[in-house]
Ligand binder design. Structure first.
Ligand SMILES: Cc1ncc(COP(=O)(O)O)c(C=O)c1O
Length: 387
């Protein structure tokens, strides 16, 4: 009976709203047809609003990493000095991509679980005025830390560097005022807070970054933003676009705007607090201790000597139909992560927490059933107007 029943609580892919699902189930259109171009052009205009930018936004058929590579491929030439802010696995991914493009890579690292310190970035930029680009992750999905992008943008602005932000798991779930804060390139992907299937990425590019991109001499073909711009001016893409995902994108942004960006941020904040307060009430340890640095889209909870996180994840999945993520890289086996972004209602958090309580008890922890639920309900009850 319940073969397809599940609560997908990983930090992407995320659940899809029925309206979005239905919007993609329409007859396919030719990617060069006038009808599709109209939908495509309208979607780009709408997408600008979720990036809070009036500058260029491009659609790419790729996962998030492809669009991260696109940013690097259009800025970085061999030997260019770049600075990468590393607070976890995805900061590390920028390092790997920049090295693949033969950049001279400097890193500012923090202990995992802590957010980056803008003052540290400021001092590296002061000592290295030739840094061409700074790369940072907005929400570090591997730890659930959120970096202070507004403050980092402020220090990068004092240098000549282009500021690139991976907001793959943050945009729409947390505020990012691209133009106001001075972010030059922002990347996001469909299967996170946008609540679409994987396969579409969006990259927003400032006029300042554009000047560098036009002068760029490095090799690029599929990722060549110059050709994306020339095509975008005709409401199309250089290669076959992700047609059905664009239908979904238009609907997803419509839902986001109906809720209101600010209201959406508030909802994500409440989801986060429900999970954090419930975990603490159940005696579990949060990976990100500081509330001010805790992501509104994903929460990492530490394992401890009382239980094996992988066993917990198995029981959650098998008996409670809750799919939680494990730790990545060195953090494998040491934490589990709950995604709470996009098409996620507070009621989904109560379901998740109920399953978590039961699974923890089942694997032998002395859990008082209902304690986490109570803490989460109180968070929700004290907040208004969710829905
Ligand atoms: C912050 C962040 N950046 C980049 C990526 C990579 O995206 P993809 O797996 O779609 O290539 C992810 C995926 O989880 C992410 O969370």
């Amino acid at each position: 009976m319940f073969k397809e029943y599940q609560h997908l609580r990983i930090p992407g892919p995320t659940p899809i709203a029925p309206e979005v699902q239905r919007s993609m189930d329409r007859t396919i259109l030719g990617h060069r047809s006038g009808e599709f171009s109209k939908i495509f052009g309208d979607s780009i205009e709408k997408a600008k609003r979720i990036f809070q930018t009036e500058q260029n936004v491009f659609v790419v058929a790729s996962s998030g990493t492809g669009a991260l590579e696109m940013a690097v491929a259009n800025l970085v030439e061999p030997e260019d000095k770049v600075l990468v802010v590393v607070t976890g696995v995805f900061g590390g991914r920028f390092v790997k991509i920049a090295k693949a493009y033969k950049a001279d890579v400097m890193e500012v690292k923090t202990e995992y679980g802590l957010a980056a310190d803008p003052e540290q970035i400021k001092s590296v930029l002061k000592q290295n005025p030739d840094i061409k680009a700074v790369f940072a992750t907005h929400c570090e999905t591997s730890t659930g830390v959120v970096n202070p992008i507004k403050d980092i943008a402020q220090v990068v602005k004092e240098s000549q560097a282009i500021f690139v932000v991976d907001s793959v798991s943050a945009l729409v779930g947390m505020d990012l005022k691209m133009d106001e804060w001075g972010v030059d390139i922002t990347v996001t992907a469909s299967h996170k807070a946008l609540g679409l299937p994987p396969g579409l990425a969006l990259i927003a590019v400032s006029d300042k970054a554009w000047k560098v991109i036009e002068q760029h001499q490095g090799p690029r073909f599929y990722w060549d933003l110059v050709s994306y711009k020339a095509n975008a001016e005709k409401n199309t893409t250089p290669f076959t676009g992700p047609v059905s995902l664009v239908f979904g994108l238009a609907k997803s942004i419509e839902l986001i705007e109906n809720e209101g960006l600010e209201e959406g941020f508030k909802r994500h904040f409440i989801l986060r607090d429900m999970v954090r307060k419930a975990a603490t009430a159940l005696g579990l340890e949060l990976f990100v201790k500081d509330d001010n640095a805790a992501s509104c889209t994903v929460t990492a909870i530490k394992g401890d000597k009382r239980f094996d996180v992988e066993e917990l994840r198995k029981v959650l999945s098998k008996d409670y139909k809750i799919i939680a993520a494990g730790g990545q890289a060195d953090m494998k086996g040491k934490m589990f992560r709950i995604g709470h972004m996009g098409y996620t209602h507070p009621m989904d958090m109560l379901t998740t927490i109920a399953g978590l309580e039961m699974a923890l008890k089942q694997i032998g922890l002395e859990i008082e059933l209902g304690k986490g639920i109570k803490a989460a309900e109180e968070v929700w009850a004290n907040a208004k107007n969710i829905g």
